[in-house]
Ligand binder design. Structure first.
Ligand code: ADP
Length: 473
């Protein structure tokens, strides 16, 4: 743990395992509620100094962290592959994405502008100033174990907030590596603190209820997000939530079905489907369903599951036995209710795969609304396909979910693209684009997918308060 500029040990430690082979990767301190309070003490003490530092000073340190992260990207990516399982190439891409947040917010730190507002009274002047919200607590997930940290820490620090972060219990080593970079970049003691814990609940409880904490930022499941939101309400804390998704991927008959199928496969199997923006319901218009499914099936069969350090692997393991069981239960439920299994549909246990949590890349056709997979987030390498007839029907089915994070549309018809962009109740819409994300673009969901946005100018707003001054002269 990293509290007040010190790396601390605890009597209790817990082990972290490689999901590709079950081997221990390392051990980390098992923090508790007292450690969380100590970290908040440090963040409270460091806040006045950090808030008073100039934006240029804060920016320079974030920029230094950006440079250090890029310099260490190979080591960080290897650690991520060992701890989280994703193929090394994907881990490297994530480190670059993570570094982008440090760079973006190093730049944005200098653009926290206020405003002067005309008054109806001749003797009055209105001045609006933006201030850091104060001490922030953050909880991050295991699926993007480096970029989800910088996406919170960088804007918090840019705004002048201090922070205490608890990473996911299955990827604390990546979090420690990020905090070593922050330390080396010269972020002062107490400004950024890390509490690792095997049991997230007691630490989360302190984050939500300690009155000194002014904001909570969480990325994870909708269920945990709801519980944290309720708990944080007692102190009226500012809350940012980036929760689950159930992305529709809609292919119209005016699009090239082969191109669309290649896109669907690329984004579906990214991170073994363990992404909140992963397509979870693939809608294809009837007249192009056959060529679309044909290409998608070839792409699914071309996937190679394996250890992420092996260059031939395109998909890694799932992160736990629980994840494996959930994915398999959804597939079995769909098949029992009449879905057609075109590929996969089972755990992979050949040779070395036996030691890890591998599930075969899977393609399901004839999926219907009665099936669990139509309603529930999968978080695994399963592509469920549903055929539709009209644009209205596709839009209605796409919006028929509590979730509202990402959606994808393939069409060559401009007016239809615009109708879909406007009609989809999702925070992120990719039109013929499978990667509508960037540190410069606002990321976040509607409905049960969360509150607030990360990245972009909006990402900094989440960490700022507005103060109005009325001056009579
Ligand atoms: P997933 O189901 O994908 O693992 P979670 O929402 O359980 O997603 O985990 C995301 C983050 O939330 C992790 O850092 C985890 O430790 C944390 N978390 C899980 N349960 C709680 C809880 N009751 N209180 C606080 N944090 C929690």
């Amino acid at each position: 743990m990293y509290i007040n500029g010190q790396w601390l040990q605890t009597a209790n430690r817990f082990a972290v395992f490689n999901p590709a082979n079950g081997k221990e990767v390392g051990q980390v301190p098992d923090g508790d509620a007292d450690d969380a309070r100590r970290a908040i003490d440090a963040a409270v003490a460091a806040f006045p100094g950090w808030a008073a530092a100039t934006a240029y000073e804060r920016s320079a340190k974030l920029y230094r962290a950006y440079e250090l992260m890029l310099a260490k990207r190979d080591d960080l990516a290897r650690l991520m592959t060992a701890e989280q399982g994703k193929p090394l190439r994907m881990a490297l891409a994530e480190v670059r994405y993570a570094a982008d947040f440090l760079l973006w917010f190093a730049e944005e730190a200098k653009r926290v502008y206020g405003e002067s507002i005309p008054s109806a009274r001749a003797d009055q002047r209105f001045l609006v100033r933006r201030e850091p919200v104060g001490v922030v607590c953050a909880i991050t997930p295991w699926n993007y174990p480096v970029s989800m940290i910088t996406r919170k820490v960088a804007p918090a620090l840019a705004a002048g907030c201090t922070i205490v972060l608890k990473p996911a219990e299955s990827t604390p080593l990546c979090a420690m590596a990020v905090f070593r970079i922050l330390e080396e970049a010269g972020i002062p003691a107490g400004v950024a603190n890390l509490v690792t814990a095997r049991d997230p609940q007691p630490v989360g409880e302190v984050f939500c209820t300690d009155p000194r904490v002014r904001k909570l930022s969480f990325t994870g499941s909708t269920e945990v997000g709801r519980a944290l939101y309720q708990s944080a309400a007692g102190q009226f804390k500012r809350v940012s939530l980036e929760l689950g998704g159930h992305a529709p991927f809609i292919v119209f008959d005016d699009a090239d079905p082969v191109h669309a199928a290649k896109g669907a496969a690329a984004v579906k199997f990214l991170n073994t489907g363990q992404a909140c923006i992963s397509p979870n319901r693939i809608f294809v218009q009837r007249s192009v369903a056959a060529p679309f499914l044909d290409t998608l099936r070839k792409r699914v069969e071309a996937q190679r599951a394996g250890d992420g350090l092996d260059e031939a692997s395109t998909v890694g393991p799932l992160f736990s036995q629980r994840a494996l069981d959930k994915v398999d239960a959804q597939v079995q439920d769909a098949v029992a209710l009449g879905a057609t299994l075109l590929s996969g549909g089972r755990r992979l246990t050949d040779g070395a795969l036996q030691q890890g949590f591998f599930y075969a890349p899977t393609l399901l056709a004839d999926v219907t609304p009665e099936m669990r997979i139509y309603r529930e987030e999968t978080f695994g390498p399963v592509a469920p396909v549903i055929v539709f007839d009209t644009e209205q029907q596709a839009l209605a089915m796409a919006n028929d979910t509590h979730y509202g994070l990402a959606a994808y549309v393939y069409t060559q018809n401009f007016a239809r693209a615009m109708r879909m962009f406007e009609g989809l109740h999702f925070g992120i819409v990719g039109i013929n684009d499978i990667n509508p994300t960037s540190a410069a673009a606002p990321f976040g969901g509607m409905k049960h997918s969360g509150l607030g946005r990360e990245g972009a100018r909006e990402g900094l707003e989440e960490y700022l308060e507005t103060k109005l001054g009325g001056f009579s002269i």
